[in-house]
Design a protein. Structure first.
Length: 183
């Protein structure tokens, strides 16, 4: 199974989530997660737990904040993970977004609080990326790609010149992602 983990204010309805489901079919799961970090992680851990009970191989794909969660899950459960323009210091980058937010896909409003920002620190890990494929675009307008390169020196890396935070042309990389995750 492949578990796609979306970013902040996104959902399982996003373009990358749809692309993952279309490419991997029944092997892919892309849930819409709570904006509350602890609830999102709880949901993810339940999914991981179900896969482990069924002894089903599991690979992770995480984008932006979802990359942060995927890295934590990768370390905690020794799972392979593909990190797409990951946010590795979300307590810093998302601090500026406190207040009322809007989900990009369904328009739902939510309240992003300083407590939510602070709770992200619980999921920091010492992972060096040894079970990860790190996919970065240098044109990411939200996150500096060099932060991830420095933080994850043991990861396999794919750095694409240009692009943006959404990882332009993502669909073209699905075969490589599948190969990395053993699918």
């Amino acid at each position: 199974m492949i578990l796609y983990i979306h970013g902040f204010a996104s959902s399982g309805l996003g373009a990358k989530a749809r692309a993952v489901r279309e490419y991997f079919g029944d092997e892919a799961l892309a849930p819409s997660l709570s904006y509350v970090p602890d609830l999102a992680v709880d949901t993810l851990e339940q999914i991981v737990g179900q896969a482990r009970r069924r002894e089903e191989p599991l690979g992770l794909i995480g984008s932006s904040l979802g990359g942060y969660y995927a890295l934590w899950l990768s370390q905690r459960y020794e799972l392979p993970a593909v990190l797409i323009n990951p946010s590795l210091r979300p307590w810093e980058t998302l601090a500026a977004h406190t207040g009322t937010g809007t989900n990009y896909y369904d328009g739902a409003r939510f309240e992003w609080t300083p407590e939510h920002v602070e709770s992200l620190k619980k999921y920091r890990c010492s992972h060096q990326g040894d079970r990860c494929l790190l996919m970065l675009q240098t044109g990411d307008e939200v996150l500096d790609y060099r932060v991830a390169l420095e933080a994850l020196p043991e990861a396999q890396t794919l750095v694409v010149e240009g692009g943006d935070h959404s990882f332009r042309g993502f669909e073209e990389y699905l075969p490589r992602i599948g190969e990395f995750l053993g699918q």
